[in-house]
Design a protein. Structure first.
Length: 117
């Protein structure tokens, strides 16, 4: 049999008119037997590489950072003690007087008495 006429799986392929080349070249169409059905054969499965997906979950979290501070206000009172020493001067003019009686004044109007004055 001519391999050019072989189809898929060893079965005869489509033939062109006038190609019948039966035994002895009689030009008669070939006689086919009913096909035998064999059990289905299974090849090992073909597994594609896994398609990668990324699922992102976001979780919000609040962290409180407490930074305490303290301010002390110091009010200072500055007392300025100013010491003054006022000084005054005074001047005292003393006068001492002495009255000395150096006799009895003579009174011309009056006679002198027994004691002379």
């Amino acid at each position: 049999m001519n391999n050019r006429n072989m189809g898929f799986g060893g079965f005869p392929g489509p033939m062109m008119p006038g190609q019948y080349g039966g035994p002895g070249g009689c030009g008669c169409p070939p006689q086919y037997c009913p096909p035998q059905v064999f059990p289905t054969q299974y090849d090992p499965g073909l597994v594609d590489p896994a398609q990668q997906y990324v699922k992102t979950n976001l979780f919000n979290k609040v962290v409180s950072h407490v930074h305490p501070s303290h301010t002390t206000t110091v009010n200072k009172l500055h007392v300025n003690h100013q010491h003054y020493f006022p000084h005054t001067e005074s001047c005292v003019n003393e006068c001492c007087e002495t009255h000395t009686m150096c006799g009895v004044p003579h009174n011309p109007c009056c006679p002198s008495g027994p004691f002379g004055y």
